[in-house]
Design a protein around this ligand. Structure first.
Ligand code: ADP
Length: 310
């Protein structure tokens, strides 16, 4: 039994039009994606903006309606919103990109972090304060900050407060949607390392959503690369970085900045090769609508989107 299994997920958004405001077409935000996530591991969904990463995460947690496909959590079918019961809502939490807009600016840290506790547990004011202080301690924010407001903290500290809130109910799975993209590069590494530390301490499983392949390489055990709602490639982090097969994956890898001057010539050459391959073999990788084909297995762990043979 997989910890989390997503099977052939589709999430379509209707486009309305005409004088009767009928559905005239659909935006296929997620168009048939599947993956399995093991407990305690980190799974990365990568791709450029608009490729369907957030919608996948939001559909799993229940913020978007599933058009078709199935989602299983700990063996239980939770595709339907009604199946996402109280336990599920405790076990699965989300961390968002911009901690400033996801934390209510008019509320104090105590109320922000205590909110999930108030929804699920009946604690006295004293117990609640103690729990919030314990949580702030875990995320390394001073425990006497509980009466402060979000604007009184730096971006990195705000994201830590967002994490304190997300772990308040001792979840099993955290869906982290671009959790460091709004932070300065210097702070990103600190927050990523901290997320890895608490993963071990609290036995957390992460679904990690990012447009940044460099960040995902650092964080993830397995990766799916998304393009226009579909997968172009799926594999272990080693498969993806040491043996990329799809031209789109190669383009993303080539775009990761390498700051080491020793690698400058090598990277320049790789970028040129990838650009040439993209021009010359586009039709090998994309259909007439510019979409990725279905995934074909090339090893036990590695799949790539290519036209079916025969
Ligand atoms: P990503 O996370 O990779 O940036 P998203 O999942 O946010 O991508 O979006 C995928 C596609 O779905 C985009 O074309 C986006 O505009 C569209 N989309 C997302 N949410 C909605 C919505 N609520 N209504 C209509 N279209 C949406």
């Amino acid at each position: 039994m997989s910890f989390l299994e997503v099977k052939d997920l589709q999430v379509y958004f209707p486009i309305k039009g005409g004088i009767f405001n009928r559905t005239v077409d659909y935006i296929k935000a997620v168009d048939g994606v599947s993956f399995e996530l093991e407990q305690g591991k980190t799974y990365g969904l990568v791709g450029e903006s608009g490729s369907g990463k957030s919608t996948t995460g939001r559909a799993i947690i229940g913020l978007e309606e599933v058009t078709s496909g199935q989602i299983f959590f700990e063996g239980k079918d939770i595709t339907d919103k009604k199946a996402k019961n109280k336990n599920f809502r405790k076990d699965v939490q989300m961390i968002f990109q911009d901690p400033y807009s996801s934390l209510n600016p008019r509320k104090r840290v105590l109320d922000i972090v205590a909110e999930p506790l108030r929804n699920f547990e009946k604690l006295s004011k004293q117990e609640e304060k103690k729990r919030v202080q314990e949580l702030l301690d875990i995320v390394n924010v001073s425990t006497d900050s509980i009466y402060k407001y979000p604007h009184e903290f730096s971006g990195g500290q705000r994201q830590r407060i967002g994490v304190a809130r997300a772990i308040a109910l001792k979840p099993k799975l955290i869906i982290a949607d671009e959790p460091v993209s709004a932070l300065d590069v210097s702070v990103q590494a600190q927050v990523l390392n901290f997320l890895q530390e608490i993963q071990k301490e609290l036995n957390l499983t992460y679904l990690f959503i990012s447009h940044d392949l460099g960040v995902v390489k650092h964080m993830c055990d397995n990766i799916s690369i998304m393009y226009k709602g579909r997968y172009v490639e799926q594999g272990s982090t080693k498969d993806i970085f040491e043996n990329p097969q799809h031209i789109y994956t190669k383009r993303l890898i080539a775009a990761i900045p390498d700051i080491d001057p020793k690698n400058r010539d090598k990277q320049f050459k790789f970028r040129q090769e990838v650009a040439k391959e993209y021009r010359e073999s586009y039709d090998t990788y994309f259909d007439g609508d510019g979409l990725a084909f279905g995934l074909q297995s090339i090893s036990n762990t590695h799949k790539v989107a290519l036209p079916e043979k025969g």
